[in-house]
Design a protein around this ligand. Structure first.
Ligand code: EPZ
Length: 429
């Protein structure tokens, strides 16, 4: 399966943004912490979510998919705290089940997380946090095992800002005995969303969205109905799609506040941004201006938007410098862009991007989720035909990506084989 596209069309129109994948993954784990039913709405229909739901089903959670974007979950009959299958090993967020099951049952055994190959991605801060809650932790036969005779609130100082560790420790702490303080906590919108969802189940989490989160443990959680926030990164990706194709796109169902770091960079690069209640319109310019960018934890510029920014800088006037400060292996798309005529020089965690007037189509391979999406943007901005292989990475996190792009006028198809690809080529010449 690959994407094939013919670039050159400015993207124009409206696109509806799905629920936030990385919030949803934490929220699904949280949902099993009560024996009562939890209904979750605005769930994105992407592969990572489906893998998580399968993993929940395997341990005895009743998962009732009401429709593509709504699920009812009941964790009242969980029969094992051992979570392991080949799919969960390939994703990152399976680790949220450690926090959720440790909180609920004082014991969890979960396969070591995989996920996109964007760096070494240790989980030492998660384990440190669980130990601060009086749990013991060990890694054995590829499983993370966390165990507590009596889970007690504790004081955790995170050595670095980690979205995953913050959410994971928060999950366990809501059902621990007593008070927990997480310092140097991540402030990402999805951290706040998981906290809000836990609070709607009766948890007492305060301060999410600041760097000190205070949790007062409660004895049990109850059922709830919860709607997930819009996906900041999907929205940002479409905003950059407008910019690099010199289009005019209105992204709908967004929270403009969450988009500020992205919007302000697009303004700096010359785009016009019009914010309304829950929409942002991005009007591209014939020529983008270069800028420098450094990825940082929220509210800084997100690492998950770094490859999309790389593509924009390739098509900008002048030279831009990207400093990737979160993950050490996030420039793998650079070699692919070079096949399209881009000039980028990478030294460690810094990429110097020399702007050019045009990219030309090429046969590319998606190296990971966000880099894959960025290559699609490059293909849509380039002259001629581009193909992208390994799109299973992109499908992990973007719902109906090709369909949403076609809704904006992009000429892009998903093809299964060489015959379908030939047919596309014949149709678009
Ligand atoms: C989450 O990953 C997201 N994944 C990532 O999105 C995102 O890139 C990242 O946060 C940063 O925003 C999910 O939510 C499932 P971190 P996570 O813990 O939680 C280091 C996507 O494309 N660190 O915030 O794994 C780590 O190596 C994905 O949707 C430790 O050293 O990221 C990194 O340098 C890709 N020890 C930094 O902290 C730890 O125990 C931030 O990582 C934990 C993290």
């Amino acid at each position: 399966m690959q994407y094939i596209m013919k670039g050159g069309n400015p993207l124009v129109g409206e696109v509806h943004i799905s629920g936030a994948k990385n919030a949803a993954l934490g929220i699904l784990a949280a949902a099993v912490m009560t024996d009562e039913s939890v209904t979750i709405d605005n769930l994105p229909d992407v592969n990572d979510i489906n893998v998580m739901l399968d993993a929940l089903t395997e341990i005895g959670v009743v998962v009732d998919r009401i429709d593509a974007h709504t699920v009812k979950i009941n964790g009242g009959n969980i029969h094992t705290v051992h979570v392991d299958n080949e799919y969960i090993r390939r994703m990152r967020a399976g680790y949220y089940l450690i926090g959720a099951l440790l909180g609920k049952y004082s014991h969890a055994e979960v396969a070591l997380p995989g996920g996109c190959d964007i760096g070494s991605r240790p989980i030492d801060q998660h384990l440190k946090g669980f130990r601060a809650l009086s749990a013991t932790t060990r890694v054995e036969y590829g499983m993370v095992i966390a165990d507590a005779r009596h889970l007690r609130g504790g004081h955790v100082f995170m050595d670095m800002v980690s979205v995953g560790a913050t959410i994971n420790v928060m999950l366990a702490a809501v059902l621990a005995d007593g008070n927990t303080i997480i310092e140097n906590a991540a402030k990402e919108p999805h951290v706040v969303d998981v906290a809000n969802m836990l609070n709607s189940m009766g948890a007492r989490v305060r301060g999410a969205g600041t760097d000190v989160i205070r949790i007062r443990g409660v004895s049990h959680l109850h059922g709830t109905e919860y709607s997930i926030i819009p996906d900041q990164i999907e929205a940002g990706t479409f905003m950059f799609a407008a910019a690099v194709t010199r289009g005019d796109v209105t992204v709908k169902n967004v929270i403009p506040k969450h988009m500020e770091a992205i919007s302000s960079k697009l303004i700096e690069m010359g785009c016009e941004i019009v914010e309304m209640d829950d929409t942002i319109r991005v009007v591209g310019r014939p020529r983008l201006e270069s800028c420098n960018v450094k990825t940082l934890p929220y509210p800084g510029f997100p690492t998950d938007m770094q490859p999309q920014m790389g593509v924009a800088l390739v098509l900008a006037h002048g030279t831009g410098v990207i400093t990737e400060s979160i993950f050490e292996n996030r420039f793998k798309y650079v070699g692919e862009l070079a096949k399209m005529g881009a000039q980028i020089k990478v030294e460690g965690n810094v990429a110097v991007v020399y702007g050019t007037d045009r990219l030309t189509g090429a046969d590319l391979v998606a190296p990971d989720l966000r880099a894959g999406a960025a290559l699609v943007l490059a293909g849509l901005a380039a002259e001629g035909i581009t193909t992208i292989d390994d799109i299973h990475y992109i499908l992990r996190g973007y719902e109906a990506f090709d369909e949403k792009l076609r809704g904006l006028g992009a000429v892009i198809e998903t093809v299964e084989n060489a015959r379908e690809a030939r047919k596309f080529r014949l149709q678009v010449v």
